[in-house]
Design a protein around this ligand. Sequence first.
Ligand SMILES: O=C(CO)COP(=O)(O)O
Length: 252
Amino acid sequence: MPNASLVIANWKMNGNKALAKEMVTSLRDNHEQFQAVNVVVCPPFTLISDLTRECYYDDIAVGAQTVSEHESGAYTGEVSTSQLKEAGVSYVLVGHSERRQLFAESDEQINQKVKATLSANLKAVLCVGENKSQRDAGETWDVVSQQVKNALQGIAPESTGKIIVAYEPVWAIGTGETATPEQAQEVHEKLRALVVELFGEIGNKLPLLYGGSVKPGNAKELFSQKDIDGGLIGGASLKTDDFLSICQAAQG
Ligand SMILES: O=C(CO)COP(=O)(O)O
């Protein structure tokens, strides 16, 4: 049985006002089907206010896809944690593989972004994952564990309640090639042990999400794995019906 508690939509650079309205209306109308699941939508910055305006009750939260590590100043194009907070955001994706690859975000920068997010009292969704050649070379756990350790360096256990880790194998993102439930669970089990090692017993409560070609057809099996607490959804979160089905699959 699925026991997932958190489903996050990552719209990436997609969506418009019409989708924001359609998605919120649809989530709201069907909410009793996934009451036990926290749902977060991370639209592009420009749609944040459309979503927060609609999500005036607590059941759907709004997230950002990235944030600046700086608080204010001459950083053209960047957005700070306090600006996100003022806009009604409560979650921030940090270190998504597309940010790492396409925008050259370093481990150090990701660590700073996690710290900035937590100090602003926002929830940080740390994204980690190996690429295809790293998996083929048997380096999956080395890569993933190092990414987690680097990103969470210097974070106090008191902040654990505001951290979520999303395992997103790069080879499964947008490819239709999902990690099998066993492959995902294998990494999640190690992630669970790692966060307990880093933060103590409270690490057992830290939500661990899986992301990478999650669809209505595979969500239930993935969410039934012992250490998979929910999903980070890309492509399927742009289709209202698919995203609803995934939220329902999380509830079981
Ligand atoms: O990158 C992802 C979510 O952050 C996953 O994307 P897809 O669900 O499209 O594979």
